[in-house]
Design a protein around this ligand. Structure first.
Ligand code: GUN
Ligand code: FE
Length: 433
């Protein structure tokens, strides 16, 4: 088993696990102990091939489920155009429930096959389609956090794809929260609703304030986009007279476990505010390379105690793999640190070596970081926590899993893909064989 215990520390241990009937890790025994010998002899205990290992499940902290058909397309357009010309028209199609069911029925198992045991989803404005996404997560056993998108601003949102006003969007969000909580088979809360103002430019002040009141009343988590690109950052500064983070805080949306996607233009005051509120940032390095006009200094966020995880941002990012996003996080941090202009002296070229992200840190973000951002105890293989895990094979031609823990962590970040993923468990249930 490889456990990313802290951003800078991974442990490699031969263990045996006993899982409770409710899917919780009841006992974890290290090789050599009497408990290990007893568990290893137990036919009901988990047995792995010696060349394979167990890793905590991956969390995708930012993904747009309806944009799945658009992955790898139109990435050459600027964000505002990409939204208006490609993304909003695609999302409108989810008025058709049958279309939604077919896309979501393909997406959720595809993510489980990538090792994503928990996903924080943006859906669309449509209540039946968004509820279908929640039902699909339940049917496939994925830990799903699903947001009905709220957007009502007449300037940014097209007339055919927006809520008629703030009151309508707030009422729809309230109905959606109740409907997800009441879904048959969801008594344990495997799937949870999320309050989802798309981003400040798409929402009126009345909507932002009303959703904050709803979050305070219901205790439901919040997600949104914040400080993503030059365009979006400048738009909010001009409209609100402050940064996205300060504006969200004034409205009451910067709550515990609120997830802000991207965050490339966060300043030091924003970071302090996010840390103080125990909110979080979803780092989406592939998407940021196309739409952000910047690189998130994720290392600086970790240094300042900001909760962080990784997001694919399908379809601003092209890859559904959190492993691939972990690779991109390491690579983009290296380029941020070193700079790219050979015309400058090396010492003056980049942000400095302190901005590098270690492979162990990237693996921690992919597992424990994302889970912690949501306030979950998963992302580690500890007694008393739900058994969300993936089996990685070291028997293929590319990925080797022997050696010291840090070397194994590096090889996983560099090489792991769906091809090496065997069984996947969520809350103790094997959801992919
Ligand atoms: N900002 C508002 N909506 C979106 C979206 O769908 N994708 C990205 N990358 N940024 C957004
Ligand atoms: Fe996004």
């Amino acid at each position: 088993m490889l456990d990313p215990l802290a951003p800078d520390r991974v442990a490699l241990a031969e263990i045996a696990l006993r899982i409770d009937a409710d899917g919780t890790i009841a006992e974890r025994a290290e090789a050599g102990s009497a408990a290990y010998a007893a568990l290893s002899a137990d036919a009901h205990a988990l047995h792995l091939d010696p060349a394979d290992l167990l890793l905590p499940g991956l969390t995708d902290l930012h993904i747009h489920a309806p944009q799945w058909p658009q992955r790898g397309a139109a990435l050459d357009r600027p964000l505002a155009q990409w939204l208006a010309a490609h993304t909003f028209p695609l999302e409108q199609r989810y008025a058709d429930l049958a279309y939604a069911e077919s896309v979501y029925g393909e997406l959720v198992p595809a993510l489980l096959a990538q090792g994503t045991t928990t996903a924080l989803y943006f859906a669309t404005l449509h209540e039946p389609a968004s509820l279908a996404l929640a039902r699909t997560c339940l049917a496939h056993g994925q830990r799903g956090f699903v947001g009905l998108v709220a957007m009502d601003h007449p300037e940014l949102c097209p007339p055919q794809y927006r809520h008629p006003d703030a009151a309508a969007a707030i009422a729809a969000t309230r109905r959606f929260i109740d409907a997800v909580r009441a879904l048959p088979g969801n008594a344990a809360g495997l799937v949870q609703p999320v309050i989802t103002p798309r981003f400040i430019p798409a929402c009126t002040d009345a909507l932002l304030a009303g959703l904050a009141r709803l979050a305070a009343e219901t205790g439901v988590r919040v997600q949104t986009h914040a400080s993503e690109s030059d365009w979006e950052h400048a738009h909010v500064l001009a409209r609100c007279g402050c940064t996205d983070t300060e504006a969200l805080d004034r409205f009451g949306l910067l709550r515990r476990h609120a997830v802000l996607a991207h965050g490339n233009f966060l300043d030091v005051q924003d970071l302090a505010r996010i840390a103080a509120r125990e909110a979080a940032v979803a780092h989406c390095p592939i998407s940021n390379a196309f739409f952000a006009d910047s690189v998130l200094p994720v290392r600086a966020l970790l240094d300042r105690g900001v909760n962080c995880g990784l997001g694919t941002d399908i379809a601003g990012g092209f890859s559904p793999s959190i492993f691939e996003n972990a690779r991109a996080a390491v690579l983009s941090a290296r380029m941020l640190a070193s700079g790219t202009d050979p015309g400058r002296a090396p010492a003056a070229r980049g942000a400095g070596a302190a901005m590098r992200l270690a492979f162990t840190e990237a693996l921690w973000l992919a597992t424990r970081g994302g889970a912690q951002a949501l306030g979950l105890s998963t992302g580690q293989l500890a007694p008393g926590t739900p058994f969300d895990a993936i089996e990685l094979s070291g028997r293929g031609p590319v990925l080797r899993l022997d050696g010291p823990a840090e070397a194994v962590a590096q090889r996983i970040v560099c090489h792991a893909s769906a091809a090496e993923i065997g069984r996947v468990w969520v809350a103790g249930t094997c959801v992919k064989a």
